[in-house]
Design a protein. Sequence first.
Length: 235
Amino acid sequence: MAEKFVHNMMRGLGSPVEHRGEIIVIGLGRFGSALSRSLVDMGHEVLGLDVNPGPVQEHTGLLTHVAEVDTTSERALRQLGVADATTVIVCIGNDVEASVLTTAALSDLEVPNIWAKAMTEPHGRILTRVGARNVVFPEADMGERVAHLVTGRMMEYLALDEDFVLAEMVAPKLIVGIPLGDSNLRRDHRVTIVCHKPQNGRFTHADRDTVLDGQDLIVVAGGRDDVEDFGRATR
């Protein structure tokens, strides 16, 4: 989930913001820790901030810089140079007040690309109103993904937006043994097979001439309901 957040953040879900310089991650709990480490692995410089000394000590040497600070204080953030940052991610967990006050302080500092983690829909709306450019719900997103995986029909599930998803599944019998161009998938099911992976092989692009085997894995793209209906037809 942290890696998905990273890719969404660098892509930008609102109007594009060109990132530059050090990325600041506020809140080094489980999600903030995984996120900051993913950013470092991707080659970014990361300043990790937390109000508690434990997480700060734990991440010393793992991130580019770390600091113990009350992030609800605009003055403290300014002293750390946060006002000069392009991208700041608020990963504060259950302390909703600190999450909102930190986001508001970042907005007052005119940070252009503020991302924030929300626990609930009302929390997310408040974060948006006080200045968050993008709000994510990692727990809800993960819950939706797991709900699709535990049914056994899908092996991976990724929502790209509210009504478009990618799903990995075993090729259904209805399209096995015939060229995809003859399967009428778009007409009958309103989905597209993006790529496929033969047993013991690697994923490769799928085209009109691709013929699937019953053991092939496929990645299907389409509207949420259409992909779910297609998934139910796979067995």
